[in-house]
Design a protein. Structure first.
Length: 97
């Protein structure tokens, strides 16, 4: 099973399914950022160990917060930066969390 934000292109969940996995969608806030409370809840319920964050439309969530959650639960974080190449969140270049 692979966790991922619900605001993503169809290719992300399709790739997970093609590899034999199940894509579990994480809810979003009104600002279209990943809902970290839903992330923690689904991590606890599913015991997933991988999270794919798609920075769709250049929407970059608080990656520091997401990174802390991933480290806390032993989740591998994969950033899909194809829609946000060259962008920064604060002083951190996307894709470097």
């Amino acid at each position: 099973h692979v966790l991922g934000n619900s605001v993503t292109s169809l290719q992300v969940p399709a790739a997970v399914r093609h590899a034999g996995g199940k894509f579990i969608s994480i809810g979003n806030t009104q600002e279209l950022f990943i809902d970290v409370l839903d992330l923690v809840q689904k991590v606890s319920q599913t015991r997933c160990r991988c999270l794919v964050i798609s920075h769709t439309y250049g929407q970059i969530p608080n990656m520091d917060e997401v990174s802390v959650i991933c480290k806390q639960y032993g989740i591998t974080l994969i950033e899909d930066c194809s829609n946000s190449l060259g962008n920064f969140r604060g002083s951190q270049h996307v894709g470097h969390h």
